[in-house]
Design a protein around this ligand. Structure first.
Ligand code: NAG
Ligand code: NAG
Ligand code: NAG
Ligand code: NAG
Length: 798
């Protein structure tokens, strides 16, 4: 159980993800140039990661042809830091892991990965000899010259990552010959010329990033034929012309960044078909005319940036129906009219800017409360936001222009007979005209009836297809090498099975369910990958059904499952969000002596965990069964995320029994589990209670004190009326102000670890009580909650 066999089905490839943040990359590059320290750090990192990966070699020595090619490639590179010193012998070591950055399969090179190696020089055209090459990753170096034309000779090429270099020339047209191409990122170089329209020819292409170059010409309309393109970034180039009117055909497009170019024309109507779109950035272009009011299908749109263009007309009110929207920037255009009232429905809106337009009327009050003047500035007739002129206190009851501004001489005027005749004639003419129009309309309608019926049918069919797409639980992206299968759930990342199959990773830890890795992506982003122990999981069909339901669970305190992969040999990988601050266990117990964790932080964590568990019990109907502080992960903001929930559903019964035994040894298991062997919501509450005690005492429950487990020890001290002794010393410094909160939380925790399951509260009650104790709400007078629990016999002395 304990030793995982790494030699079979190794998870040894590199996951790569779309980069959306060139700015960080640019900074990164700057730092790299300027500072030796960072380089040293990277060197250190490389040396620590290497042994973890292990070198998994199939034993086949590199072919002569590939060896020659690698030698030629080295010859044309300038290796000022000596990273390629290992590329030295007769080639025996090239595939066995001796040559840095080279991965082989059956003696043929499948990946070259040498990012951040300070490499200068050029990429040799001899690279075209590496017929099995799938992945070329040389980003963040100082490479010059052009992108080799011979890349187009590589039938297996999937990923090209050459960003952050000094490459010049144009993008070779030959790239159209790579039928497997999936990801092409050459951003932040000095490339010129037009974008080859065949770049999106591959039926698998999902990501194209050409940003930060000097590319010219227009956006190839052939791009719109791609069924797979998910991310397209062309920002910071010199692209002209209009956006292809058929862009709406890109049904998978999630991120479109055309910002900082010289694009003109209008906003294509077909945008309204991009139902997968998450982020649209058209900032700093010269796009004009109205934005069509037909955007209601963009359900997933979160970022909508039209800043600094020449848009006019009204702001489309349908934007107010896009509930996912979080950022809207329409500033520096020529929008007129009012800010639509529908915008007040946008609950997730966190950033909003309509400054420097020609808007008028009142700002909807919700928006004026949420955003300050800098969001509304520069609109002469806009009113009702902070530091603007107030709106007219009572808007005129009728908008009839005659009533609003009666002309002073009005009553002096009399109508002459001439006037009357003219008016009557005018009215008659108008009626005649209207009649004509009516007749004409009838005629046209009859004629159009038949053709409209057929087009309606087509539309309905299209809608049906869209609905189908929306309903499928996951997207199967790619087959991978030999029948592997990758399924995505919703989330910020897109990647393919082949990316997974080319991954390097660092072990984070092992749990009862398998090994967890931190996978660092090409662009520095990270995800967590859990490789399940193979022999302990259920069969494929059952497994897939269970994992599909886990992939739907979304809660701020539950770690989101983003994808799973089923390998051809039975390996099973789960892909999760990466939590940068590690587990609660290490946060509490493995910190430096100078690091203090304040009470509010601990309380926030306690409430978060309880919230997550409450969602599991009450909404998802899942018993966790293995809740420990190692299974609570913290993100950058120390928001806790429960992990490993529901995994027992993926495991065989015998595996689950084993897991209970492991958890038992750590001190989180309710006493009755040793007999029943069946976790329940009450055993979960017991584990929660132990975690609360852990937060209060700062002691890991795995280490018995005086032969007692943590709950017993705490209870014994409380019984002896030494209550204050149980608390973590550093909490006692603030005892005068937080004493009541500590004591009430302690009481609650002891209630949770009551030996009798029936006496324990359910998680909803725990949550309620924690929220009552929560610092901000406490006013000092704590009358103890109605009935004292008889189980734990807490006596409180202050
Ligand atoms: C090749 O390089 C490796 C790693 O730097 C080194 O251990 C080995 O001795 C070198 N072999 C030769 C023949 O120089
Ligand atoms: C703003 O709109 C008003 C009325 O729609 C128009 O008269 C005025 O010229 C516009 N101002 C600018 C700067 O476009
Ligand atoms: C207005 O809000 C933005 C962020 O929404 C902030 O950066 C800016 O400093 C604020 N300006 C003022 C004057 O408060
Ligand atoms: C809004 O946009 C204007 C100009 O585009 C900018 O000066 C201002 O800082 C922005 N305000 C916010 C809150 O982003």
């Amino acid at each position: 159980m304990e030793n995982e066999d790494f030699s079979t089905n190794p998870f040894h490839l590199l996951i790569s993800f779309p980069s959306t943040n060139i700015e960080t990359r640019k900074k990164w590059k700057k730092n790299q140039k300027g500072s030796f320290k960072i380089l040293a750090f990277l060197l250190f990192l490389a040396s620590t990661i290497q042994p973890v990966l292990g070198h998994l070699w199939d034993g086949v020595v590199v072919t002569q042809s590939d060896f020659q090619s690698l030698r030629a490639i080295k010859n044309e590179l300038i290796d000022s830091k000596g990273f390629l010193r290992s590329w030295n012998d007769s080639g025996l070591g090239a595939c066995s892991g001796g040559w840095v950055g080279i991965k082989c399969l059956k003696g043929e090179v499948v990946a070259i990965q040498l990012p951040w190696k300070s490499l200068g020089g050029r990429i040799s055209e001899k690279i075209g000899q590496l017929q099995s090459l799938r992945k070329l990753s040389l980003h963040d170096n100082f490479l010059v010259g052009s992108i080799p034309f011979s890349l187009g000779f590589l039938p297996n090429l999937r990923g090209v990552y050459l960003f952050n270099n000094k490459l010049s020339g144009s993008i070779p047209l030959s790239i159209a010959n790579c039928p497997m191409l999936q990801s092409f990122d050459v951003s932040n170089n000095s490339l010129v010329g037009k974008i080859p329209s065949s770049l999106a020819n591959s039926t698998r292409i999902f990501r194209i990033n050409l940003s930060y170059n000097s590319l010219s010409g227009s956006i190839p309309s052939l791009f719109t034929m791609s069924q797979t393109l998910t991310i397209l970034s062309l920002s910071h180039n010199k692209i002209v012309g209009s956006i292809p009117s058929e862009i709406g055909k890109l049904s998978r497009l999630r991120i479109l960044d055309l910002s900082n170019n010289a694009i003109n024309g209008s906003f294509p109507l077909s945008f309204s078909n991009l139902s997968s779109l998450v982020s649209l950035n058209l900032e700093n272009n010269q796009i004009e005319n109205h934005v069509p009011n037909t955007l209601e299908n963009l359900h997933n749109l979160s970022v909508f940036n039209l800043k600094n263009n020449k848009f006019d007309g009204k702001i489309p009110s349908t934007i107010g129906n896009l509930s996912s929207i979080s950022q809207i920037d329409l500033s520096q255009n020529k929008f007129v009219g009012e800010i639509p009232d529908s915008f007040t429905k946008l609950a997730n809106l966190s950033s909003f800017n309509v400054s420097y337009n020609n808007l008028s009327g009142p700002v909807p009050s919700l928006l004026s409360k949420k955003f300050n003047a800098s969001s509304f500035f520069g609109n002469i007739d806009l009113c009702g936001y902070i530091s603007s002129k107030p709106c007219p206190s009572t808007p005129p009851p009728h908008n009839h222009p005659l009533q609003e501004s009666p002309s002073p001489n009005q009553h002096h005027r009399k109508l002459s007979t001439k006037d009357i005749i003219l008016i009557v004639a005018g009215v008659l003419l108008l009626i005649l005209l209207l009649l004509c129009c009516f007749l004409l309309c009838c005629l046209i309608r009859k004629r159009a009836a038949s053709s409209r019926n057929s087009s309606k049918a087509a539309k309905a069919a299209a809608n049906a297809r869209n609905v189908e797409k929306g309903v499928t639980s996951g997207d199967v992206v790619s087959g991978g090498e030999a029948g592997g299968k990758l399924v995505h759930f919703d989330g910020p990342f897109v990647f393919t099975a082949d990316d997974l199959l080319c991954a390097t990773a660092e072990i984070m830890g092992k749990s009862a369910y398998g090994t967890a890795y931190k996978a660092t992506l090409e662009d520095g982003n990270q995800v967590a990958v859990k490789r399940l122990r193979e022999k302990t999981t259920k069969g494929h069909k059952e497994f897939e059904a269970e994992v599909a339901s886990l992939g739907k669970i979304r809660h701020p305190n539950l770690l989101a499952l983003r994808a799973y992969y089923l390998g051809p040999k039975g390996e099973k990988l789960l892909v999760f969000d990466y939590m940068s601050r590690g587990s609660l266990a290490s946060f509490l117990h493995a910190r430096g002596p100078e690091i203090v964790i304040e009470w509010p932080t601990r309380m926030k964590i306690a409430i978060g965990i309880t919230n997550g568990l409450s969602c599991l019990h009450n909404q998802e109907n899942i018993v966790h069964g293995n809740l420990t502080s190692s299974n609570i992960l913290l993100n950058e903001q120390t928001i806790p995320h429960i992990t490993d929930f529901g995994l027992s559903r993926l495991m065989t019964t015998s595996a689950n029994t084993n897991i209970i035994a492991t958890a038992g040894s750590l001190g989180y298991n309710a006493p009755e589990l040793s007999k029943t062997k069946k976790p329940t919501s009450k055993t979960d509450v017991y584990s929660l209670g132990v975690i609360l005690l852990e937060l209060l005492t700062g002691k890991p429950p795995g280490e018995p004190t005086n032969g007692m487990d943590l709950p017993q020890w705490v209870a014994s001290i409380v019984k002896e009326e030494w209550t204050n002794e149980v608390f973590d010393l550093e909490l006692m410094r603030d005892a005068p102000s937080i004493g009541d909160e500590l004591l009430n939380t302690l009481k609650l925790a002891l209630h949770c670890v009551d030996p009798s399951p029936a006496a324990r509260p359910d998680v909803k009650q725990v949550l309620q009580q924690l929220e009552e104790i929560k610092p901000e709400l406490v006013e000092g007078d704590n009358n103890d909650n109605d009935d004292d629990d008889d189980g734990a016999k807490v006596q409180i002395n202050e």
